[in-house]
Design a binder for this molecule. Structure first.
Ligand code: AMP
Length: 307
């Protein structure tokens, strides 16, 4: 099973109550690739980078089964740069800087060797580019998952509405679901978003877990209660990588299996937040992932005598 991932590969400057980093590797596609490659290979990456993106990072990704033929390198421009600041409540953050840089020239080309992939993860990116990738695929993947953010709702809403009619699963956080739907209740928000043409809506709620909506069904995955959340950057993308990685590994796109997939997504995200950037995702082993999944089972496993 192969997975195409599309998104940014970036430098981030991050400030949290625990510390500050000026320039570390990030980007939506970077996190998705590190997370998903623990579960399935190959990952066929589509992105764009500048002359400054570290060769070692590309080699690290390649060593994990991430193909980078679809990663365009622009020699005379810097990579996408994003800067954000978290407050004591790490569920909210302020974006300080979004420097599109190479992203302004991005016209993603799907390499011929990527055709036929069964899964497509459209990470956070301009909606027009997400549309372009879908249109280039000669065979529609079994499942198309899309992540987006408020930035695109504010700057590219018509394109975002179009791409929502072309995908299967939307990943969105609670504030963005409210913004997109105009509904405060997340149940109403999910219903309104499904009316836009999406079959499955996953609403991420940071340290409060995630909700999966499909028709009249709803399922909830907790987030692991952690003593310290060091840096939440990339948690959403890591969740996405875990989610699609599990579905691709098991070759099962049923609602039932998506319930497990959001637990796997939550487990992967719980590692991501333990260190700055994607560092923790590089350290963990299969045994670490299995142990954490067992913690999730314990977290929600209970007996009850009906009254
Ligand atoms: P997350 O915390 O999961 O929402 O993702 C954080 C990552 O998204 C960072 O590493 C950023 O480089 C990247 N990012 C931030 N803003 C954007 C944007 N407008 N488009 C694409 N990627 C972005």
């Amino acid at each position: 099973m192969s997975v195409i991932t599309v998104g940014t590969m970036a430098f981030d400057a991050i400030e949290t109550p625990f510390g500050k980093v000026d320039r570390i590797v990030g980007g939506s596609a970077t996190y998705v690739a590190y997370a998903a490659s623990h579960l399935v290979k190959p990952i066929k990456q589509i992105s764009i980078i500048g002359n400054d993106f570290p060769e070692e990072e590309l080699n690290e990704l390649k060593s994990r089964g991430v193909e980078i033929e679809g990663v365009e390198v622009i020699k005379d421009k810097p990579s996408f740069f994003w800067s954000g600041k978290y407050h004591v409540d790490m569920n909210t953050r302020d974006t300080l800087i979004t420097d599109l840089n190479v992203l302004m020239d991005f016209n993603p080309i799907v390499p011929p060797s990527y055709q036929g992939a069964e899964f497509l993860m459209l990470g956070n990116l301009m909606p027009s580019l997400q549309i372009s990738v879908i249109k280039q695929l000669q065979i529609r993947p079994k499942l198309i998952v899309l992540d987006t953010m408020n930035f695109w709702m504010e700057t590219a809403l018509p394109d975002l509405q179009t791409v929502l009619t072309m995908i299967d699963v939307l990943l969105i956080n609670d504030g963005e679901a409210r913004q997109l739907s105009g509904e405060y209740s997340l149940v109403k928000a999910a219903k309104a978003i499904m009316q836009l043409g999406v079959k499955f809506v996953i609403i991420k709620k940071g340290e409060h877990g995630a909700l999966l909506f499909h028709g009249d069904h709803v399922f909830v995955a907790p987030a692991l209660p952690l003593e310290d959340v060091f840096d939440p950057t990339g948690a959403g993308d890591t969740f996405a990588g875990g989610f699609i990685g599990h579905l691709a590994r098991t070759k099962d796109i049923s609602y039932q299996n998506m319930k497990t997939a959001i637990i796997v997504g939550s487990a992967m995200a719980s590692f991501c937040v333990e260190k700055f950037g994607p560092e923790r995702l590089k350290e963990i082993t299969k045994a670490d992932i299995d142990a954490r999944l067992s913690q999730f089972v314990q977290l929600v496993n209970f007996d009850i005598d009906l009254v």
